[in-house]
Design a protein around this ligand. Structure first.
Ligand code: IYR
Length: 214
């Protein structure tokens, strides 16, 4: 095993507290956004965000992810058409009444204009095995972690996103020409919010109901 010294510097307690709470305050303002401005975003910012996501830990450091950055209008249109097709079936047939009831307060339906309006889409793919057929481990956990990094990086850069999961997502691999060992995991529109953007008036559980200290 090759090793190298860890790059690490202890922070004083006041600085730690300040950094922990300022990240909390920033993340508190993160919201899933469904109404986008068509304004373009800098490509280098998007590439840096994706590289940030790729710093996530992964099973055996296999990094079992591929991020496809889509800005081509024609490809975005094809994705919208195929996603809305699946979503119409979801809302009309696949979703249970309980599921539809649970979604009602979000005001979602099968129309997904954001897939065309947002200047960029990031499609996260999970590699079920390596391109050379080698093993990948804890793939969903690993890609979930990278997606969390991705969402935080998008917010940190002053952009907004939505974790969209049209189901099933097989069409994404076809439209984007991905190999069969890759499975679409999440579809994220990225951009600026529309000027008149509204979001559901929902909150998060308080600390006391999510944290157990032993
Ligand atoms: N994929 C559908 C339905 C949907 C499902 C869940 I769970 C959500 O949190 C939100 C929506 C859609 O995107 O409309």
């Amino acid at each position: 095993m090759d090793t190298k010294p860890l790059e690490f510097r202890r922070l004083d307690e006041a600085t730690m507290h300040e950094r922990a709470t300022s990240m909390l305050e920033s993340m508190r303002t993160r919201r899933s956004v469904r109404e986008y401005s068509p304004d373009p975003v800098p490509m280098e910012v998007l590439r840096a965000i994706i590289e940030t996501a790729a710093q996530a830990p992964s099973g055996a450091n296999k990094q079992p992810w591929t991020f496809v950055l889509v800005t081509d209008p024609e490809t975005k249109s094809r994705i919208r058409v195929a996603a809305e097709d699946e979503e119409r079936r979801f809302y009309a047939e696949r979703a249970t009444p309980e599921w539809l009831e649970d979604l009602a307060h979000l005001g979602t339906d099968s129309d997904k204009p954001f897939l065309e309006v947002a200047p960029a889409l990031i499609v996260v793919f999970a590699q079920t095995k390596a391109p050379d057929g080698g093993g990948h481990y804890y793939v969903k956990e690993s890609v979930g972690l990278a997606s969390g990094f991705l969402i935080a990086a998008i917010h940190n850069a002053g952009l907004v996103t939505l974790t969209h999961t049209p189901s099933p997502m097989g069409f994404l691999g076809e439209v984007l020409g991905r190999p069969p060992e890759e499975r679409a995991f999440l579809l994220l529109p990225v951009g600026y919010p529309a000027d008149d953007c509204e979001v559901p008036d929902i909150g998060r559980k308080p600390r006391s109901s999510v944290l157990v200290e032993v």
